[in-house]
Ligand binder design. Structure first.
Ligand code: UD1
Ligand code: CA
Length: 453
């Protein structure tokens, strides 16, 4: 039997108090709905149908076009939502229905649910929780078989005490699901067509009903407000940190690091506290990332040390580099091996070749810098004339004195020495000294003016 998935994402999520649909809020830098479809994709379904309503265009734009989007024009309940997607499902498939606000659900748990019956049947994923308020309760008969789901608003005071709840994940064969949903009525306290009513209907029709209890209740917790969003974030972060540590990453404090993307790393690599990893980051062996660093889509070679509060984005760093503290690499930088960039240096779209150093307080933009160049403190590549950006080219073994402005477009050849305070406006040929400097004057015995009384 092939598998098809229906994700219910038409609700607004009013408790989020946001113009953004609930499912587009992010956990670990990724939309809640993307987590759900990524996790469910691991089951290799034939199709994923996303039922949308509120903020539909935003949902479609964020998700891309590899899904079947089905509009639910009126939000008449979860049962009604599933009915909108069923015409797009093949009759002989198994259907997995999920609410869309459970980003932490694992593919292992979903697989257990889907595999819990063959051919005909209905299966519900349940979980036992401390505080079941607001959730549908699982009602079991004298033989401990599930016989109904009672929504919180329809529960008697006795039923409210039940702590086994419906996670909002149900699997069924397509024919039974269609048949049962057509029988669902909206005569309940919310006037909605509940998907959950198919359980008691199935029991009445002798269609087999199974319950699979989730191993960890946390992975099934729905996100309805910003408190739950933050709780899900922490759970996700701890789990991610744990799996990286198991694979050998040294994390000084797993409570104080954030992963908003994927990390690859070699042996003996360390993350200090408050590091943020975004997009795709690849770290070599023996790399040290100091506290407060933000790394986004970058690659850092073996034995490099990134000192605290350095921000690196879309950049490739070679081996044995020492960067920071407080250095900033904007997109498009390539640093070869043994490069040193120190505090308050901003580098953009530039290449720094082997052994080059820029120790302090500089701006290097749109430049190509050779090997073993020393960039003195306060050096600025003036790459922008107010209209266009221009390139600076510096050869090998160039010494740039402090407080130098290099007005691009310009080329400085190998072995040039630039005196401190120079403004370079023309190309400089190899092996020369270049200097622009007003002569120094000393006026002996100079008296400073004094304030008039
Ligand atoms: C639902 C379940 C409840 C379960 C809980 C788990 C029903 C009737 N209740 O309750 O048993 O314990 O989830 O979190 O199924 N949606 C639509 N169209 C609609 C209504 C809802 O697409 O007309 C979507 C929402 O976007 C949401 C999901 O269905 O993702 C669940 O809807 P919600 O209103 O949050 O149901 P709960 O009251 O949480
Ligand atoms: Ca919900």
């Amino acid at each position: 039997m092939s598998l098809e998935v229906i994700v219910l994402a038409a609700g607004k999520g009013s408790r989020m108090h946001s113009h953004l649909p609930k499912v587009l809020h992010k956990v670990g830098g990724k939309e809640i709905l993307k987590h759900v479809v990524d996790n469910v994709s691991q089951l290799n379904p034939k199709n994923i149908h996303i039922v949308y309503g509120f903020g539909g265009d935003m949902v479609k734009n964020a998700m891309g076009d590899s899904f079947d989007f089905v509009e639910q024009k009126e939000l008449l309940g979860t049962g009604h939502a599933v009915l909108q997607a069923l015409p797009n499902c093949s009759e002989d498939s198994k259907i997995l229905v999920l609410v869309s606000d459970i980003p932490l659900i694992t593919s292992e748990t979903l697989t257990r649910l889907v595999d819990s019956f063959n051919e005909t049947g209905v299966a519900v994923l349940t979980s036992v929780v401390e505080n079941p308020a607001g959730l549908g309760r699982i009602k079991r008969d004298a033989d401990n078989n599930v016989c109904a789901i009672i929504e919180d608003k329809d529960c008697s005071s006795e039923e409210k005490k039940i702590t086994e709840i419906n996670t909002g994940v149900i699997a069924a064969d397509c024919k039974s699901l269609k048949y049962l949903l057509q029988k669902v009525k909206n005569d309940n306290n919310q006037g909605e067509y509940y998907l959950t009513d198919i359980i008691s209907l199935a029991c009445g029709e002798k269609i087999p009903v199974r319950a699979v209890v989730a191993a960890e209740s946390k992975e099934c917790e729905g996100i309805n407000n910003k408190v739950q969003l933050a709780e899900a974030e922490r759970y996700y972060q701890k789990k991610k940190a744990r799996s990286y540590m198991i694979d050998g990453l040294i994390i000084i404090d797993p409570e104080r690091v954030d992963f908003r993307g994927d990390l690859e790393f070699g042996a003996n690599t360390t993350l200090d506290v408050n590091v943020i990893i975004e997009g795709h980051v690849k770290l070599g062996n023996n790399v040290v990332i100091g506290s407060g660093c933000v790394l986004r889509n970058c690659e850092i070679g073996d034995d490099s040390v990134i000192s605290p509060y350095t921000v690196i984005e879309d950049t490739i760093v070679g081996a044995k580099a020492t960067l920071g503290p407080f250095a900033r690499f904007r997109p498009g930088c390539v640093l070869e091996d043994n490069v040193h960039v120190g505090n308050f240096v901003e580098v953009k779209k530039s290449k720094l070749s082997n052994g080059t150093k820029a120790g302090h307080l500089s701006y290097l933009g749109d430049s190509e810098i050779g090997e073993n160049v020393n960039i003195g403190a306060g050096t600025i590549t003036c790459n922008y004339d107010g209209a266009n950006k221009w390139k600076t080219k510096i050869g090998n073994n160039v010494f740039v004195g402090s407080d130098t402005q290099i007005v691009a477009p310009v080329e400085i050849e190998d072995n040039v020495t630039i005196g401190a305070g120079t403004t370079v406006t023309k190309n400089v040929s190899a092996d020369s000294l270049v200097i622009t400097r007003a002569p120094m004057r000393t006026i002996a015995g100079w008296k400073r003016p004094v304030k008039k009384k």
